[in-house]
Design a protein around this ligand. Structure first.
Ligand SMILES: [Fe+2]
Length: 420
């Protein structure tokens, strides 16, 4: 009996921890949206980016559908029409509103979406002891991904406004000393294992754990900075076809790219837009908002290359993934200058030279949530390490983010690697 009581005690503790985590994650999404007017939260600046209201609604749809509808007998949807509007890409869940038209949804209002969130939270928290903890955990990790997307998409939204408004005022950073010249560290060599295994949450695309052979190589001890990027620009990096992959050169020419996204040329030099408004480019911060093509061209220019995801993970495995500059509270996030640590986690997602492919033995999760990751394993590249907009606690050494090579509205930067 005593053993049963102890087991029951542990179960209750885990449930209470899950409920507390649920409340905290859901509150952070609302805090990110707190400064927004209904109109700010409704417009869509480009097909890749979604309105903040849509993110608040879609994450709620995920809990209402996969947790409450599927596992709470007798649960009735808050509004039957919302599933059509706020399903993202789940074919198994039927027809949905086209992604590129999300900015046309003026109703439900932002307040109505907030009311829906409150109703779903109340229903879920009341029954949390009887609902599947693994699906709730998946929903929370999903919502954390959308918190980062909200910050990315709000940056794209407010950049459309010629007044370049600041959503959050931030202190003007004291000019930091120039970081030390780039240093190199030996990477692990030989047979290593990568991928998630064992306890704790991970997305299905992070496993199975498997063996990889690493050749002798070195990794840079910090990401590339804005000052270094400006040297690439001054050298004519964006105008030299020999530095670019064929697809990348076509992209540079078609899009007339001459700087990272959100950089604006002014009389006093380059400025960059972020959620704290338009400010001079800080030379010591890691370069941010660059595409895979740009990262690859820069690496070629300096005679280096991008790390593979296995090289990156082998270097990150011993480090604390909750350390570094990551998202703790709603606000104008930005990458910070190197403090001398290797900075593998936080600040900027680091492009790798690895295509986003299934690991040996990969099987998507059963059921509708099996559409979460696997079907996107085509034409995208892997990024590692999280960024300043990634909720702290969300990433792991095995965490795989992925984007198309031309995309750069996420907080993407690069770390160099080289063969040794
Ligand atoms: Fe989603």
């Amino acid at each position: 009996m005593a053993t049963n009581a102890r087991a029951e005690g542990h179960r209750m503790e885990r449930r209470e921890a899950l409920a507390a985590h649920y409340r905290a994650v859901r509150a952070l999404s609302l805090a990110i949206a707190a400064p927004l007017a209904d109109s700010d939260a409704t417009i869509q600046p480009m097909p890749d980016a979604s309105p903040a209201k849509w993110h608040l609604a879609h994450t709620t749809w995920f809990f209402e559908t996969f947790v409450l509808r599927d596992h709470l007998p007798g649960y009735r949807a808050h509004d039957e029409s919302y599933a059509f509007l706020f399903n993202s890409y789940y074919e198994g869940e039927g027809d949905r509103h086209p992604r590129a038209r999300r900015g046309m949804i003026t109703r439900p209002s932002l307040d109505e979406v907030r009311a829906w969130r409150a109703a779903v939270d109340e229903a879920l928290l009341a029954e949390i002891d009887h609902l599947p903890a693994d699906l709730i955990t998946l929903g929370l990790n999903h919502e954390q991904q959308h918190q980062e997307l909200m910050l990315m998409d709000l940056t794209a939204t407010f950049f459309e406004n010629p007044l370049r408004p600041a959503v959050w005022k931030a202190e003007t950073a004291a000019p930091a000393a120039m970081p030390a010249p780039l240093g190199w560290r030996d990477g692990r060599e030989g047979l290593v294992e990568i991928g998630h295994e064992g306890g704790g949450f991970a997305f299905d695309n992070e496993g199975p754990r498997h063996k990889v052979w690493l050749h002798r190589h070195q990794l840079a001890d910090r990401p590339v900075t804005n000052a270094e990027w400006q040297a690439f620009m001054a050298h004519g990096g964006y105008a030299d076809p020999l530095l670019w992959l064929s697809d990348g050169w076509a992209w540079v020419q078609a899009e007339k790219v001459e700087a990272p996204l959100y950089w604006v040329k002014s009389e006093g030099g380059w400025q960059r837009f972020a959620l704290d408004g338009l400010r001079p480019v800080n030379p010591v911060e890691p370069v941010c908002h660059i595409s895979y093509y740009e990262a690859d061209a820069y690496a070629r220019w300096v005679g280096a290359r991008l790390p593979t995801e296995a090289e990156w993970e082998a270097a990150a495995e011993e480090l604390d993934p909750a350390a570094g500059n990551q998202l703790d509270a709603a606000g104008a996030v930005r990458p910070l200058p190197s403090d001398g640590s290797v900075q593998l986690f936080g600040d900027v997602w680091e492009w790798t030279g690895s295509a986003y492919l299934p690991y040996p033995g990969f099987r998507p999760a059963e059921g509708a949530v099996g559409e979460y990751n696997g079907k996107f394993m085509i034409s995208q590249m892997v990024l590692r390490g999280g960024c300043c907009a990634t909720p702290r606690g969300h990433v792991r050494p095995s965490y795989r983010n992925f984007f198309y090579p031309h995309q750069r509205w996420m907080y993407s930067g690069l770390r160099l690697a080289r063969d040794a």
